[in-house]
Design a protein around this ligand. Structure first.
Ligand code: SF4
Ligand code: SF4
Length: 393
């Protein structure tokens, strides 16, 4: 494992994301603790020291899990990052916040109360890194609220030693939103966590976001480096082009080596679900191996051929609120496949389980309201259903 720095702290170049842990029955909340613990133990024993979680991951269970999983290791041997869920909050009377989206129905709380609960869930008395979760055009109403004073609150936590370093994550549509937030809070944040990979470089202007962040002298932590696994399993046409140059390398390795070309990237988070994934990723981060010029040019061509994809990252934020319990990311993956002629012959909604049938969508829009990628999911479902006529009764 090689290492980078954030504000003088030595961080492993590969970080363990705790949002896609193995589950027992496909239910996001039911983490398979035995398998997940094996992955965490492998991470620790192979030099990964950066562990990322959030209040809402795995339906709130990720923080409980990681607290339990890391408990056996000395506190100073690992770096724990969690996130304040302002992006899923609505302000109520008297400094009280309620929750929206996937957290709708959770008991009202205060800003201070949420943080205290997070420390307790993770069984720690400080976080090494603490982030505002998803600072975007939609969440600024909470993060800028003059009564809630969220930024002042986290600065106070840092002054008290309850968090060591501050950052924020962002799925903002515009790089200017990130730039403006950093400008208004110059010197407060040591890092920003963004969705960054060779496809989003152009598709979601990750290039502009990276430039905006680094202009402020702030480090970048990468999420969705393989786009929720989509860049780990490319259509055969694209894969064949990569294989022609490096027959042994997987698509995931190409994506991760591309990230190693960016000097201000401190940590690449990967939500690793299996031991095989973490073993391969640990090998990729044994030493820096950035793409050379020929490889970089080829990957740019591959990315350009995929720019029309629907940009779902399989984060599953949308699935909790779907009244029809549809596997929305699964359906979008099938849609991308069908549109690109990749697995038309393999996708049959009449044979797949009903969660994979876009014709069951009732168009309520609950999913679109929460999607960090701003995908018009109801429209996609309607288009896909149309392609699969006749409708099911
Ligand atoms: S619009 Fe369709 S996919 Fe989205 S939450 Fe409603 S039923 Fe589910
Ligand atoms: S549709 Fe949006 S919210 Fe749902 S899994 Fe994909 S990226 Fe996440």
């Amino acid at each position: 494992m090689y290492y980078r720095e954030i504000a003088g702290v030595k961080v492993s170049a590969l970080g363990m994301g705790n949002m896609r842990l193995p589950t027992l029955d496909g239910q996001d909340k039911n983490i398979d603790r035995v398998k997940a613990q094996e992955i965490i133990d492998y991470a620790v024993s192979h030099g990964i020291n950066y562990f990322d979680t959030a209040y809402r991951y795995h339906g709130g269970q990720s923080e409980y899990f990681i607290g339990e999983a890391l408990k056996k290791y000395p506190r100073e041997s690992f770096l724990l990052a969690s996130k304040f869920p302002g992006h899923m909050m609505v302000k109520k009377e008297g400094g009280v916040v309620g929750f929206t989206g996937g957290l709708a129905g959770w008991p009202d709380n205060t800003v201070e109360g949420v943080f205290a609960e997070q420390l307790k869930k993770c069984q720690v008395d400080y976080f090494d890194f603490y982030l505002l979760h998803n600072v975007s055009e939609q969440s600024l109403a909470i993060y800028d609220d003059p009564e809630l004073q969220v930024v002042e609150f986290v600065k106070k936590l840092k002054a008290e030693g309850k968090v060591r370093h501050l950052g924020f994550s962002s799925h903002a549509s515009s790089a200017a939103t990130i730039d403006d937030f950093l400008t208004r809070h110059e010197g407060v944040f040591d890092f920003v966590q963004i969705q960054l990979n060779y496809l989003d470089w152009k598709l979601q202007d990750a290039r502009g976001k990276y430039a905006a962040i680094t202009r402020h002298g702030v480090k970048v932590v990468v999420m969705e480096g393989v786009r929720g696994g989509r860049l780990a399993s490319l259509p055969e046409e694209q894969m064949a082009r990569l294989r022609a140059l490096r027959p042994e390398d997987s698509a995931a390795r190409w994506a991760l080596r591309w990230l190693q070309c960016l000097p201000e990237v401190a940590v690449v988070l990967s939500g690793m679900t299996t031991l095989d994934q973490i073993k391969e990723n640990v090998e990729t981060f044994a030493a820096p191996a950035p793409l050379d010029q020929t490889e970089g040019a080829l990957l740019t061509e591959v990315a350009d051929s995929m720019l029309h994809w629907v940009p779902c990252t399989a984060c599953r934020y949308c699935t909790e609120g779907c009244p029809m319990e549809l596997n929305i990311p699964g359906i979008i993956a099938a849609y991308n496949g069908v549109k690109n002629g990749d697995f038309m012959s393999r996708y049959d909604p009449d044979r797949a389980d009903s969660a994979m049938d876009p014709r069951r969508c009732v168009g309520c829009g609950a999913c679109a309201a929460i999607c960090p990628q701003h995908i018009d999911i109801p429209a996609l479902m309607a288009e896909f259903a149309e392609m699969l006529q006749p409708p099911r009764r």
